[in-house]
Design a protein. Structure first.
Length: 309
């Protein structure tokens, strides 16, 4: 029992270290991107940081300190409405992000690209990488995320829509103060930011999920196992018109293996019906975990079911 408790404590400690290390790394990347690409090009970003950048352009106020100050009432609201547990991590993320923003301010003196489009693209990409790392370890940098979470909880509105609407207001103000062009390039950067963030959160191990309906399902499954080394699952299916029962093959494969699956299915049964779908993330043996042993096949009665080990 004592040994088990030690193992649990060690795992918990490791999880916390990875959690806060991820938040710190993500905040550092995002803040560096803002100071290196966006600020020198007079562009903005979304959320509370975008508001802070506006006042930085107008009055040269430090972006990090502003971000922290503007987050205080939001954090107090989160503490009251969302609870202590929800708020503590956000406080840590907000403080780290604010510190990183001012710590990387020296990057304002560099201008790696002098083209607004390139600045918007690179700023959006690295911002997305930074925020994606933070969100992937279940962290947050505060700001409009707090508003979105509160509105979602009490008014059942979509969190993304609330944040997008608030960012649109910032862009309208920016267009009025600095012109339409910077606001438009900022929107491009924000779109890229959101896209890259989603990709980092979901992971880069996108795969394809294939469904195959065939009278020769077992033969196709065996060929896939032998040739590709992938585990295959049989799903129970029934035709709505014929009411005939049949096995539906379900298999997750790498993108480079899709053509081989199609070839195998067509060679075994030219009338096979296939659906190929994108899978944002596939976890398990053979994908995110190494296979501990080769895939093997066992056929047993009744019904000639196939099991894979």
């Amino acid at each position: 029992m004592i040994r088990r408790r030690r193992i649990i404590r060690a795992r918990t400690l490791k999880h916390k270290i990875m959690h806060y290390a991820g938040i710190t790394l993500g905040c550092l990347i995002a803040s560096s991107s803002i100071n290196l690409f966006l600020v020198p090009s007079h562009l903005l970003t979304g959320g509370v940081t975008g508001v802070a950048i506006i006042f930085y352009y107008l009055a040269d106020l430090p972006i990090g300190i502003q971000t922290l100050v503007y987050n205080v009432p939001l954090l107090l609201a989160a503490w009251k409405l969302m609870g202590k547990k929800y708020t503590i991590d956000i406080v840590i993320g907000t403080v780290l992000f604010s510190l990183c923003l001012d710590a990387t301010r020296f990057l304002n003196g560099y201008l790696p690209v002098d083209d607004l489009m390139l600045a918007a693209i690179f700023g959006g990409v690295f911002n997305g990488i930074g925020y994606g790392i933070v969100f992937r370890v279940d962290g947050s940098t505060g700001g409009f995320d707090i508003i979105g979470a509160i509105v979602k909880k009490y008014y059942s509105l979509h969190m993304g829509g609330v944040i997008f609407g608030a960012n649109c207001l910032i862009m309208l103000v920016a267009a009025f103060l600095f012109g339409v062009a910077p606001a438009m390039f900022t929107l491009i950067s924000m779109f890229i930011n959101a896209t890259v963030t989603d990709r980092v959160i979901a992971g880069f191990n996108s795969r394809k999920a294939v469904l195959i309906v065939s009278e020769k399902a077992e033969e196709i499954a065996e060929e896939i196992i032998v040739e590709l080394g992938r585990g295959v699952t049989f799903l129970h299916g029934q035709g709505a018109f014929t009411h005939r029962e049949r096995d539906v093959i379900f298999v997750a494969v790498k993108l480079t293996q899709v053509a081989k699956v199609k070839r195998i299915a067509n060679e075994v049964d030219s009338n096979a019906f296939m659906i190929i779908m994108s899978a944002n993330e596939v976890m398990g043996r053979g994908f995110s975990k190494p296979a501990s042993r080769p895939v093997s096949m066992v056929i047993h009665e009744p019904g000639n079911r196939i099991e894979y080990k």
